[in-house]
Design a protein around this ligand. Structure first.
Ligand SMILES: Cc1ncc(COP(=O)(O)O)c(C=O)c1O
Length: 366
């Protein structure tokens, strides 16, 4: 497929919200992929093309592409929210773009500018305006993916890449049911020097089997540990983790094996706002047991764009488990984060980026 199709000068009308999707609370996550893709292509000699909006079915990927054969792809996951005035905003898009740029560099994929990516993200929201759930009832999740699409076998930097953004409307995260995590002591997701800090397919391929094993043991997900000693906490499948003690909150450091979560850094900011000390430090399973025995293990929670702030009721491993005593910190953080995301609270940190309505700006019927 060629992207030489000129970009439409008149912004397309947003695809209407399908009648079958009337209950945002029943959307779940990722089940309903929106109809359009915003896409640009990159060739070594000419750089990035002008982005275009295409029907999703028109986007093809050859089986002999580096993305499929060697996992040469990186992605992001971020959300757009509708505020009380029906205006749309992206949450912390700049941080997601910077992370995509870092992931791309680690995988030898071409650089893409912040300005181009921001423009494409806003366009992906604008063409799906009606797909953004109502205020406080969910969000539109965006999945930009940068991948090698040259039709040729052989492991080398490809001559052709693409950046495609798909969107999916999703419910607000369900934070009412606490998660049970299985600390995986045999398999490893990522090692120091590897790909763990990049948001790339390989990490998710590495973690699915462990997540399934966790489910067979009655847990919701695997909790990944360090690859050398299998005793220090890393992260869960799609969440960074925090441990709340009576006098401070701890989270594993960014040692290159875990994703530098945008929610993680947002939560650290909110902990400062709440006047709660937060330390990035190694946390072992022995530490968790010790704190439990002394009565100091208050709360454990996972955080991520899709998961929100998810309380963890148990971490289990062979012949052992810890059950945090409980507290209200995760719930308070969850509420504050949601208020900042959907515009219920003043945007005091500049985390929200408005998505302009291109048709309205040009005086066209919306
Ligand atoms: C492996 C992993 N860790 C952590 C996170 C949380 O990152 P963020 O808060 O940027 O969504 C995610 C979410 O995508 C993830 O996939």
């Amino acid at each position: 497929m060629s992207l030489s199709t000129p970009s439409r000068s008149r912004p397309v009308k947003s695809e209407p919200w399908p009648a079958s999707l009337t209950e945002p609370e029943a959307l779940g996550f990722g089940r309903h992929v929106a109809p359009f893709v915003v896409m640009a292509e990159h060739e070594e000699h000419s750089g990035w093309s002008t982005p275009v909006v295409l029907p999703r079915a028109a986007v093809q990927l050859d089986v002999a592409s580096g993305a499929l054969q060697y996992g040469l792809s990186v992605f992001e996951g971020l959300k757009a929210y509708r505020d009380a005035n029906d205006e749309l905003h992206l949450f912390r898009p700049r941080e997601h773009i910077l992370r995509l740029q870092r992931s791309a560099e680690r995988l030898s994929l071409p650089a893409i500018s912040e300005a181009l990516l921001m423009k494409m993200l806003c366009r992906a929201v604008d063409v799906h305006r009606d797909w953004v759930p109502p205020y406080r009832r969910g969000s539109l999740y965006l999945r930009p993916t940068l991948y090698a699409c040259e039709e040729s076998l052989g492991l080398r930097r490809a001559a052709k890449h693409a950046l495609s953004i798909v969107a999916t409307p999703c419910s607000s995260p369900d934070t009412s049911t606490p998660k049970r995590l299985w600390a995986e002591r045999t398999l490893a997701r990522a090692a120091v020097g590897g790909l763990g800090a990049a948001k790339t397919a390989a990490n998710y391929a590495a973690s699915l089997y462990g997540a399934q094993q966790a489910r067979l043991r009655g847990c919701d997900d695997a909790l990944w540990l360090d690859a050398a000693e299998h005793c220090y906490l890393g992260e869960a499948g799609t969440m960074n983790v925090f441990v709340a003690l009576p006098d401070r909150v701890l989270t594993p450091p960014l040692d290159g094996t875990i994703l530098a979560g945008i929610t993680r850094v947002s939560i650290m900011q909110l902990l400062a706002e709440f006047d709660v000390r937060c330390e990035q430090t190694a946390i072992s399973l022995d530490d968790l047991q010790r704190w439990q025995q002394s009565g100091g293990l208050r709360e454990i929670f996972g955080v991520g764009t899709a998961a929100g702030v998810a309380p963890v009721s148990e971490i289990a491993w062979e012949n052992a488990r810890v059950l945090p005593a409980g507290g209200d910190l995760a719930a308070r953080l969850s509420q504050r984060l949601a208020d900042l995301q959907d515009g219920a609270a003043e945007d005091r940190y500049g985390w929200r980026t408005a998505v302009r309505n291109a048709r309205r700006d040009q005086g066209l019927p919306v």
